[in-house]
Design a protein around this ligand. Structure first.
Ligand code: SF4
Length: 289
């Protein structure tokens, strides 16, 4: 069944038929016929459409710990789905084939997705995780699915870069049960140069969401770029200022996409950074070890 074109929320009309998308802090101004940086929001005749609505590129039943969520429904499974597109263009992206390109997809309506998730309950499934690419750029689809999932007794999880403006995040939050949010580094320079974004909005998203649902945070640690003891201390003390109970995942990167160097951080070094984070936070986990 071909999905209808779905009107986007959160944009302003601009001059000469252009629109300004206000979903994420990129604030793309998009001329007629073009998409924004995330590849999924398109201007058609001066209106913004959620072109990626319902376009699924990957679907799998995963252990919840793989998201990673270590302190939310441990031992359960979650139906994990991804689309394509992203609001960032991280040079080390490990999913760049779906984050930076439009790729082959299958259209799945919210009703169909929730039915697949319900069918998987017999295999231990507790709900739906939007993951693999950046889910918040598919705001309308995630919102519709999460609302339906909630009324069907399923949980909704987001694995996200946290790059969204406050208004849409606040609309979505009542239907979200848990999130893993990347805090990629603690300098704006890192976000600007390596991700094409900025730090402050991500901090604001973490602060907002931690008040409303279960939040865990992931930092991908890259030697020479964000692995100083000072930076890991700043990340963990920022999180502790929100709540010392927020779990932090320090994850080893593996060279990918435009960043084929440096080599991954050693396990020993990662463990010692985790010890620094534990001065501030109760739950610190090492990933990709
Ligand atoms: S959601 Fe997409 S189109 Fe909208 S501002 Fe962000 S990157 Fe641009």
């Amino acid at each position: 069944m071909k999905m209808q074109l779905y009107k986007a929320r959160h944009y302003e009309k601009s001059e000469n038929g252009a629109v300004k998308c206000t979903l994420c802090p990129n604030g793309c101004v998009i001329v007629d016929g073009e998409t924004g940086k995330c590849l999924v929001r398109k201007n058609l005749n001066g209106e913004l459409f959620a072109e990626g609505y319902g376009r699924i590129t990957s679907i799998a039943l995963d252990p919840i710990e793989k998201k990673p969520l270590r302190m939310f429904c441990p031992g359960s499974m979650i139906l994990s789905v991804g689309s394509y597109g992203c609001s960032f263009n991280c040079s080390f992206c490990q999913n760049y084939r779906i984050s930076q390109e439009k790729t082959v997809f299958k259209e799945v309506s919210p009703r169909q997705l929730v039915d697949i998730a319900l069918d998987a309950k017999c295999e231990g499934n507790i709900g739906i995780a939007f993951t693999y690419n950046e889910p918040l750029t598919a705001f309308e689809y995630v919102y519709d699915c999460a609302k339906l999932a909630r009324s069907s007794g399923l949980k909704t999880v987001l694995v996200t870069n946290g790059y969204i403006t406050k208004e849409p995040m606040s609309e979505l939050l009542p239907y979200i049960d848990a999130m893993n949010i990347d805090l990629k580094a603690f300098t704006n320079d890192y976000y600007r140069k390596l991700c094409g974004g900025s730090l402050e909005p991500v901090k604001e998203t973490i602060a907002l969401c931690a008040k409303s649902c279960h939040v865990e945070v992931t930092t991908l640690v890259i030697p020479g770029l964000n692995d100083s003891e000072n930076e890991i201390g700043e990340i963990s003390s920022f999180l502790a200022s929100l709540s010392p109970d927020i779990p932090l995942h320090l994850s080893r990167h593996h060279p990918d996409f435009h960043m084929t160097e440096p080599a991954p951080i050693t396990r020993e070094r990662l463990f010692s950074l985790a010890d620094i984070a534990r001065h501030h936070l109760k739950n610190v986990f090492c990933g990709n070890c």
